[in-house]
Design a protein around this ligand. Structure first.
Ligand code: PLP
Length: 429
């Protein structure tokens, strides 16, 4: 595959070796950068908003590990917290004070979460929340939205966004038909399709990214989340917000705080682990006390509540005060406005909310997954390669969000917008 004009001798050599021992040379598909027509970039280190690859190229990073790094890379307070925790032991398989304090910090922020269970990944948290919803309602079926991604849980890979959308995979071989049969998929922002699904199926839950960011960022139409809430209440189904991306990002209490729509269960991850593997699901005490050992719904994990991840999560949340959200909101607006300006009158649209931005190669911003798929992904890829050559590291897929962080300064944004304008000009020529 082609590469841009970057120097990439070491990356190319590592990729060659990686292809022998890792499928596709990577440990998660989008990292391979195939969707933008180039080979992967191997990272050496990162600090603040900047990433340095193994060939010494420096980039302004808008992936930030796909969301956990709201303070940028290697924030000194978070690094210090992790080192301090590691010195006391890396894992005990027993409760700690830190996990109680992290759970208290999370429940203080998330309006609908009184109690939670930690896991090591968002995938596990989604899977466990679904189990709980099924146990609580006695129903099996789930409603999800085309283009939404909730982790690589068997039953949730139908028409999923993120890496599946990037690789053009509608679902995955290896998922039993029986697992997929319980998943009902409807288009995002389509009230009639949702009403029909409720009329036709007994649903345990509606699982929704309240601000979907895995088909690119496509905000909910006015009233859509409220409709989901009303239908779930009316039909005795649970509303599950997947706030793995939006939690602690779009507002301290995530999309549920931003919109005022309260789910029954919330799936969280990314920021709450501060860049280490941690996630959680939570809700009312009445629901969460169904989880073992308080209740009969089994759920467990060797590394759940890992002390290093808990330390990183606590340090991350402690730095997120009111000012931080004002700053992140300003940074996001400057980035989104700057990218819009750089695009000029080209058929490009930019969506954004605090901490999230997507550049769609379509004149009108899409309102659902079909709209996202109709965007000019090839032009997005060409533009991304041109950005990388100019020291800006965007998500290597039209179906992902950019993650501006608190480490992105106005100088980073200016540099990015200049690179974006030059890359648009190059992509068009
Ligand atoms: N839910 C959403 C909204 C996500 O974006 C992701 C991952 O990107 C997940 C769940 C799965 O989380 P993990 O990759 O930690 O398993």
């Amino acid at each position: 595959m082609s590469t841009s004009s970057l120097s990439d001798t070491r990356s190319a050599e590592l990729y060659r070796r990686a292809l022998h021992v890792l499928p596709g040379g990577v440990n998660s598909p989008v990292r391979a950068m195939r969707a933008i027509g180039r080979d992967p970039i191997f990272v050496e280190r990162a600090s603040g908003a900047e990433l340095t690859d193994v060939d010494g190229n420096v980039y302004v990073d808008y992936v930030c590990s796909w969301g956990p790094l709201i303070h940028g890379h290697a924030h000194p307070a978070i690094v210090e917290a992790v080192i301090g925790a590691a010195a006391l032991g890396t894992s005990y398989g027993a409760p700690t004070a830190g996990e109680v304090e992290l759970a208290e910090a999370i429940t203080a922020r998330m309006p609908s979460v009184d109690m939670l269970r930690m896991t090591s990944s968002g995938t596990e948290a989604s899977m466990s929340a679904i189990r709980l919803a099924r146990a609580a309602t006695g129903h099996d079926k789930l409603l999800k939205f085309a283009g939404a991604y909730h982790g690589h849980v068997d039953g949730l890979l139908a028409q999923a966004g993120s890496g599946l959308a990037t690789q053009g995979i509608p679902s995955s071989p290896g998922v039993p038909a029986s697992a997929a049969a319980d998943t009902v998929v409807v288009p995002w922002n389509d009230p009639e399709a949702v009403r029909r699904a409720f009329a036709e199926h007994e649903l345990a839950a509606v699982l929704v990214e309240p601000y979907p960011a895995n088909m690119g960022l496509i905000p909910p139409a006015p009233g859509f989340l409220e409709l989901l809430r009303d239908l779930c209440t009316g039909y005795d189904s649970l509303l599950i917000f997947d706030e793995v991306i939006t939690g602690f990002r779009v507002a301290p209490g995530g999309a549920q705080e931003l919109t005022g729509v309260l789910p029954d269960l919330t799936v969280m991850g990314k920021i709450l682990g501060g860049g280490l593997p941690a996630a959680a699901f939570g809700g009312s005490a009445a629901l969460m006390e169904r989880i073992a050992p308080a209740g009969d719904v089994y759920q467990a994990g060797t590394l759940s509540g890992n002390p290093l991840a808990v330390a990183a999560g606590r340090a991350t949340l402690a730095l997120l005060d009111e000012q931080a959200y004002m700053t992140l909101s300003d940074t996001t607006r400057a980035l989104a406005d700057g990218l819009r300006e750089a695009a000029g009158d080209r058929p490009v649209s930019v969506t954004s909310t605090t901490g999230l931005v997507t550049v769609f190669f379509a004149a009108e911003a899409p309102t659902d997954y079909a709209g996202a798929v109709a965007c000019d992904s090839e032009a997005y890829g060409t533009w991304c390669r041109a950005l990388l050559a100019r020291g800006v590291y965007p998500p290597a897929s039209q179906f992902e969000a950019w993650f501006p962080s608190l480490a992105h300064s106005s100088e980073h944004i200016t540099r990015t917008v200049e690179a974006a304008a030059a890359a648009f000009a190059e992509a068009a020529s």
